[in-house]
Design a protein around this ligand. Structure first.
Ligand code: GLN
Length: 488
């Protein structure tokens, strides 16, 4: 097994026993990043900084300091501010933005000893499901380079799958950690809203955005979550709750665990082979002792329309700061102030972002606010109640992550609604603020398929436990994509 096929937990053992050093591990990834540049996973590669960090990690280890993630090379989605380093959010608007401080997530991981390899490609301002809205070009799926990796955290997902980092950070507003994780065959977790600080994470829709880990195994995700979580005085929406030891619970037996199948997820639109994969996953959970029942989430179908009112409304407010003066790209030779605003924004933002700003400004305007925004908030409440009712009967919910595996590049770029429907199974989790994860569970025509596990508030430990036990019985998470050559 080559270095990049080892999980973080195994790499930590290897580093500890001196099998290889952090510098060797980092060089291995830097070399792979260069060789697989065509996947376009990274916007920025930090070769010098990474090697310096790896050196420091090796010295710290030699001195007997044991950092939780000492010497582990990871990548950050380019939506997290990184001090002194370009932070673009996948947009021309921020192409020349050098962040003046670190996001809390970045600072916490750095304090735990990670080596930062670089910043990953993403849909512009995290708006998209295919990574095709990035100013830096699309990311290719390492399982089939003619296909999308999913989005918006597609660069992170493809980089983990292709062995171009040990793990990566992502953000999820409507599915952007889970859907690309499913499409790339990796493990991704979106925690409870507020579990992880949003400080320094460029805002898309503030009441929905949440950061999370993207890794090869549930155990690695638990380790990363441990470091990333916690309350933060810089983010008033971060939850003031203690951070449990997520790894301690992984080995718990699933005997008697009540799993609810969201029957509304299976009603329409789920591809037959993907459904087969989900059914087989259910059998594995049954063999592990779980009790399966069916639960209803009757308002799921309304989650997409509600989201596409709420998310653009918040985005239109959040993105008003990019005006060419305080932040962001400024047009050449403006003739007056109005021209400066209007051309900076029309030249700096891509099409999808502009579409969302316009929808958001419209739904928030007088006369339309009650008809759209208020209605969407009411639906959001009904969806929350659906979940609360379901969690009175079961411990976790199970369903597909995505209606079908990774689609072809360009296949859905002309059909916004088809693209928006990609998140039909993930968006409700954001509207309710619940923790949810995607784990690899099989293949459909040689493309990875993910199973989604949704937990009640603050029950990250429970879904991680279920995911870990599943991964002890299956090896889907250990498969390597063909495009990067097994073991090469
Ligand atoms: N695909 C959804 C959107 O385009 C969700 C994106 C996300 O979670 N950041 O808004």
């Amino acid at each position: 097994m080559t270095m990049h096929e080892r999980s973080i937990v195994q790499q930590l053992d290897d580093l500890h026993s001196g099998k290889y050093s952090a510098v060797e591990l980092t060089r291995h990834y830097l070399d792979r990043i260069q060789r697989h540049e065509a996947l376009n996973c990274y916007i920025t590669v930090l070769e010098e900084k990474a090697l310096a960090g790896a050196n420091a990690a090796d010295s710290a280890r030699a001195e007997g300091q044991n950092h939780l993630l000492g010497g582990i090379p990871i990548a950050h989605k380019d939506i997290f501010c990184t001090e002194g380093i370009k932070t673009s959010a996948g947009s021309k608007m921020l192409d020349s933005f050098i962040a003046p401080y670190d996001a809390t997530v970045v600072a916490k991981l750095a304090a735990a000893g990670v080596v930062t390899l670089g910043k990953t490609n993403m849909d512009e301002f995290a708006m998209g499901s295919s990574n095709e809205t990035s100013f830096y070009g699309p990311v290719r799926n390492p399982w089939d380079t003619t296909r999308v990796p999913g989005g918006s955290s597609g660069g992170s997902a493809a980089a983990v799958a292709a062995g171009l980092c040990s793990a990566a950070t992502g953000t999820d507003t409507g599915g952007s950690i889970r859907q690309p994780s499913a499409h790339c065959g990796i493990t991704g977790l979106k925690p409870t809203y507020g579990r992880i600080s949003r400080w320094g994470m460029i805002a898309f829709a503030s009441s929905l955005d949440q950061a999370g880990p993207m890794a090869r195994t549930a155990e690695d995700a638990a380790l990363l979550l441990q470091v990333m979580s916690g309350s933060d005085s810089l983010d008033s929406t971060s939850l003031d709750e203690p951070v449990p030891d997520y790894r301690a619970d992984l080995t718990r037996s699933l005997e008697g665990l009540r799993i609810g199948l969201c029957e509304d997820f299976f009603a329409t639109g789920l591809e037959a082979d993907s459904e087969q994969v989900i059914q087989e996953a259910i059998t594995v959970f049954e063999q592990l002792g779980a009790k399966i029942s069916r639960v209803a989430l009757p308002h799921i179908a309304q989650s997409i329309p509600a989201y596409y009112v709420i998310a653009p409304a918040e985005a239109s407010a959040n993105l008003s700061r990019f005006d060419g003066i305080r932040f962001g790209y400024r047009c050449e030779n403006p003739s007056n102030l109005e021209d400066l605003y209007s051309r900076s924004r029309s030249e700096g933002f891509g099409e999808e972002v502009k579409r969302r700003i316009m929808i958001g400004a419209f739904t928030l305007s007088t006369g339309y606010y009650d008809a759209y925004y208020r209605k969407a908030q009411q639906i959001r409440r009904l969806i929350k109640i659906d979940f609360q009712t379901a969690f009175e009967q079961v411990d976790i919910l199970l369903g597909p992550t995505s209606p079908q595996p990774a689609f072809k590049q360009g296949e859905k770029t002309d059909d916004q609604v088809a693209m928006y429907l990609q998140d039909i199974y993930t968006i409700a989790g954001n509207l309710a603020g619940l923790p949810a994860m995607s784990i690899p569970a099989g293949f459909s025509s040689k493309l990875p398929v993910g199973v989604q596990l949704i937990g009640n508030y603050m029950q990250e430990g429970r879904i991680l436990n279920a995911a870990h036990q599943f991964q002890q019985q299956t090896d889907w998470h250990l498969r390597s994509p063909g495009a990067v050559g097994a073991g090469d």
